[in-house]
Design a protein around this ligand. Structure first.
Ligand code: ADP
Ligand code: TRP
Length: 331
């Protein structure tokens, strides 16, 4: 089973990203043939600085390698290292109804908010379909917000196959040049709260970063907003931002014990913050050390990406050839 997903390089990762997304990708590498790529072509719509683009892209690779993505198991590569994706995008574009793109959430939101919209944003779903279809992906793990994009990829694959592959059976998906992918939608019920209680997000400046220096981690955990209950008062764990983060690190038994401690007078918020600091280090210090090592050797990270691209490209060129032959631009 081929599992594929794109990782958009938009900044430094935080606890919300880890528990909401990154952890699943790392776990999934043992469940099938994982293809993970850094979606730098997609990031061009927001990152408009050469140095930032390079740093963020290499940064994502570094983050995932430090967190345990194993390049001998999963294929990790840079989207732009595979030029075939751009050609497939164009070919798919020729079977993409305008209406489909006009209904795109990201595009519609941008228009509604009065933002300047360019072709890259409008065509974003077509490039994403090309990403998915080029590697004959079976399953695409994504968050709820990307569900519509996977449906576009499925629609375009069916449309292409129906147009150009006489033996294609839309019921079984057999006989087409393009394989029909399936979405694997994460359960987004678990939103990690930030230090101010809102959803943890880079845009709100309320994050605990995974790879920031120790001092910064401590500072951001300590500034987490709590109510003003004193040591001698009983506290409600479910209403506490510190606990919202802390529980992610705890086993079921540990949760019972910590919740009990919240409800019993005698422990102040400072204690729970310190516990969160300790748990953070316990969980991430191994990854943080690997991250520092890799950061000192960016050439080796680029090399991992090059090797990944070499493998991915074998698959990509086969698919593109089939597609080109099917629609008659190559013979
Ligand atoms: P940010 O909001 O910091 O810009 P992104 O939008 O880049 O984060 O999110 C990258 C991934 O991390 C997405 O798949 C998203 O679902 C997940 N994610 C981000 N913030 C959280 C959060 N607070 N809780 C759970 N998952 C999150
Ligand atoms: N659009 C995705 C996001 O914003 C990233 C992405 C690009 C992707 N291409 C993909 C995800 C292909 C899955 C499959 O998170």
């Amino acid at each position: 089973m081929r599992i594929l997903s794109g990782l958009k390089p938009t900044g430094r990762p935080h606890l919300g990203n880890y528990f909401g997304a990154m952890r699943q990708f790392v776990d999934l590498q043992s469940k099938g043939d994982g293809y993970y790529f850094i979606a730098n072509l997609h990031a061009l719509d927001g990152v408009r600085n050469r140095k930032e683009m390079q740093e963020f892209s290499l940064g994502v690779a570094l983050d995932y390698l430090a967190l345990g993505l194993d390049p001998s198991r999963a294929t990790l590569f840079l989207q732009s290292d595979i030029p075939e994706v751009s050609e497939l995008m164009w070919i798919l574009g020729s079977v993409t109804p305008m209406g489909l793109l006009l209904r795109g959430h990201a595009y519609k939101d941008a228009v509604d908010e009065g933002r300047a919209v360019d072709f890259g944003l409008f065509a974003y779903p077509v490039l994403m379909a090309a990403d998915i279809l080029l590697y004959r992906s079976d399953v695409v793990p994504v968050g709820q917000d990307q569900k519509q994009h996977i449906e576009v990829a499925r629609d375009l694959a069916v449309k292409f196959n129906q147009t150009y592959c006489p033996g294609f059976d839309p019921q079984t998906g057999e006989g087409g040049a393009l394989k029909i992918p399936h979405a694997m939608i994460r359960d987004d019920a678990g939103v990690v709260p930030g230090t101010d209680g809102k959803k943890m997000s880079k845009s709100y400046g309320n994050t605990i970063q995974l790879f920031a220096p120790d001092k910064e981690i401590e500072k951001s955990i300590k500034r987490t907003v709590t109510d003003s209950k004193g040591v001698d008062e009983a506290k409600d764990p479910s209403a506490c931002n510190v606990y919202g983060m802390l529980k992610l690190f705890l086993t079921a038994e540990e949760r019972v014990a910590v919740e009990d401690r919240y409800r019993t007078p005698g422990t102040g918020y400072g204690h729970f913050k310190q516990l969160l600091i300790d748990k953070f280090h316990e969980a991430f210090d191994g990854a943080r050390a690997r991250h520092r090592e890799l950061a000192n050797d960016p050439a080796s990270v680029r090399e991992v990406l090059r090797n990944g691209a070499e493998r991915a490209r074998v698959e990509a060129s086969k698919t593109l050839r089939d597609v080109q032959e099917a629609c008659g631009v190559r013979w």
